[in-house]
Write a protein that binds this ligand. Structure first.
Ligand code: SAM
Length: 336
């Protein structure tokens, strides 16, 4: 799977992610992104996820989605988008569908204005309520444009952080049950160094499942090969909920994600050190043999041995002290 960040910028400033205010120099253009996606598909990537930063800030998003459609004949099976949804108007949702987008995952970390504001770095509960309303409208726009939640084409992501929104697990599950959406609860991760992560801030997947199960009994479905989410079915037949447990139950050995930043730097792990990225720009020029780009990516892929999540405890030599932990690339730069 290729996860391609289109921009490092975001219109929100979630304190757990802390995006950059501006793009890194050397942003890839549409042609370079196409070359890159072509190479990944030639090497066997079947799934493309467009992310950021906030990908809806990128003016050529629809053009890129249209341009990759011919790659379906070469093995590309799905094109998906992760967005905070606050900029997803009705016309934008229709345009994305018309361009050939298969699925959208929207991110929302609370079911009330105060929680949304806290998690999204907004001024107050009123601003949080406006963002919440925008996301609820985005859900309707996406649905109306043909993204069918029952077919897994529209889902909701929520990061849960202790002391900030751990009281939102059940309300978010209720909201998604009412909307017919699958909720994907994400354990708060130590991506990057800016968010001041501490293990004490993590609400484990087990605890989240326990909270929901006490309200609406659940039955375990499991995790698909190479998937991030462990899925549970509501016993009353009202859909499914999933948890992404990359802190409490790491799945490094099964990860198949190649991440490429908006400026063309490839990483094989969400928790990579900045210097471990491979800059692909030298191979993203007219006239360079595509086989050279494929060779560079496959060499990087064959050499990968990242197991950060499985080694987290040993590698964070002094837990919670940002100055002593290893440097890692930031989430908004890598693309979540
Ligand atoms: N702006 C888009 C969005 O909000 O979905 C796409 C980029 S965002 C980095 C992708 C996902 O990563 C979001 O669902 C976000 O909540 C999640 N995320 C960011 N930082 C995180 C962290 N430290 N731990 C867990 N998830 C995180």
């Amino acid at each position: 799977m290729l996860r391609l960040s289109l921009t490092a910028r975001c219109n929100l400033a979630c304190p757990y992610c802390l995006p950059d205010g501006q793009e890194p120099p050397g942003l890839l253009n549409l042609e370079q992104r196409l070359q890159l996606i072509q190479a990944a598909v030639a090497l066997g990537a079947q799934s493309l996820r467009l992310t950021g930063g906030e990908p809806l800030l990128h003016s050529q998003l629809d053009a890129l989605i249209s341009a990759v459609q011919p790659l379906r004949a070469q093995g590309l099976r799905e094109i998906t988008l992760t967005s905070n949804g606050t900029l997803l108007s009705a016309s934008r949702a229709h345009a994305l569908r018309a361009a050939g987008l298969d699925r959208i995952t929207l991110s929302l970390d609370g079911a009330d204005g105060a929680s949304v504001a806290r998690m999204a770095g907004l001024a107050d509960a009123r601003a949080g309520k406006r963002a919440l309303t925008a996301v609820l409208e985005a859900i309707e726009h996406a649905r109306a444009a043909g993204f069918d939640p029952a077919a897994g084409q529209l889902k909701l992501n929520a990061v849960i952080q202790r002391g900030r929104n751990n009281d939102q697990v059940v309300p978010l599950a209720g909201l998604c049950r009412n909307q017919g959406l699958e909720l994907r609860l994400i354990e708060y991760m130590d991506v990057g160094n800016r968010n001041g992560w501490s293990p004490a801030d993590v609400v484990s997947a087990a605890e989240m499942v326990q909270q929901i199960n006490a309200r609406w009994p659940l039955e375990h479905l499991g995790r698909k090969p190479h998937g991030t989410a462990n899925r549970w079915r509501y016993r009353d037949g009202n859909g499914c909920v999933a948890v992404v447990a990359s802190v409490s139950q790491p799945f490094c050995g099964d990860c198949n994600r190649l991440r490429v930043t908006a400026d063309g730097v490839a990483y094989t792990c969400l928790f990579s050190a900045p210097e471990s990225g491979v800059d692909l720009k030298p191979w993203l020029h007219q006239g360079v043999d595509p086989a050279e780009l494929e060779h560079t990516i496959s060499t990087l892929w064959r050499r990968r041995d990242d197991r950060y999540s499985e080694e987290r405890d040993q590698r964070r030599n002094v837990v919670g002290a940002p100055s002593t932990v290893l440097a890692r690339a930031e989430m908004a730069y890598l693309g979540g």
